[in-house]
Design a protein. Structure first.
Length: 272
């Protein structure tokens, strides 16, 4: 039975109350009508609807009709509802948090058009992968394309020339096909220990929205583990940068989560 059919059957208050009564034990039509203050034909009609939705079973006992809940449709409904568990266990929702940050940054930008200049963010992560593998995933365009985008976006084009002054560009696509481009250049590289680059989100006319001066260091923990430290310093912020800067740290954390998943999958494939 489709969950839509079940939900439609439960949407009517009297039918929902009938299900709650039957949760306690099977009941006759007469008992249900008395408890709910319904005329017996009304109770019968509701029970027939629940029966069509496969939520109850009717047992004829002489002149009486006794109804009982059917477990399997409710189990299916419970399984479906449980898929939303992460939403209520981890409030606030990511979108709510992002909107709050946008509002905060907008208030700052209203007072000072260069409000974000000089601000910095540092993120440290431990990855189960050798340092040379991490270096490849941060500099090789084919590997960068596998992970360089936050949740709900996909890297559809990556250009990387890992030399001082070399181009770095990532085009990220939203589910509705909107493209976001970030482009810049490498400023310094010391393989496989550290790389520095400057990137800017580009506006609709290709203009820089702000500059992100990024430094990434790769520290060996052991032969299979690497500590990655990302340091981001902002500059040349504009009014159009509000939504980008509000989601900067969140976006990088999601992107690094994606890198971790890609590395884990690669590790599993090698061990197969």
């Amino acid at each position: 039975m489709e969950k839509i059919t079940i939900l439609n059957a439960l949407a009517e208050p009297s039918r929902l109350r009938i299900v709650e009564l039957l949760r306690e034990r099977p009941r006759s039509v007469g008992e249900i009508s008395n408890l709910l203050g319904l005329r017996q034909p009304q109770a019968t009609k509701h029970l027939q609807t629940l029966e069509k939705a496969d939520l109850v079973l009717m047992y004829p006992l002489g002149q009486r009709r006794v109804y009982a809940l059917k477990a399997s449709p409710l189990e299916q409904l419970h399984s479906w509802i449980s898929t939303f568990e992460s939403n209520w266990l981890n409030p606030p929702h990511m979108l709510e948090e992002y909107v709050a940050r946008v509002q905060h940054e907008q208030a700052l930008a209203t007072k000072n058009s260069s409000w974000a200049d000089g601000r910095s963010v540092t993120i440290k992560r431990i990855f189960t992968a050798p340092r040379d593998v991490l270096w490849r995933y941060w500099t090789n365009a084919v590997d960068m394309k596998k992970w360089w985008s936050p949740d709900y976006l996909t890297a559809v084009y990556v250009e990387s020339d890992p030399t001082p002054g070399g181009v770095i560009r990532v085009d990220m696509q939203e589910p509705d096909n909107l493209i976001h481009t970030a482009a810049g250049h490498y400023t310094a590289l010391r393989a496989p220990e550290q790389l520095d680059f400057v990137m800017s989100p580009l506006g609709p006319k290709g203009e820089k929205v702000f500059e992100s001066h990024d430094s990434v260091s790769f520290k060996v923990v052991d032969e299979r583990t690497t500590e990655v430290t990302l340091h981001v310093r902002l500059a040349a912020s504009t009014a159009a940068a509000v939504t980008f800067i509000a989601g900067l740290e969140m976006g990088w954390n999601q992107t690094l989560d994606k890198l971790e998943r890609v590395l884990t999958a690669e590790g599993r494939e090698k061990n197969m």
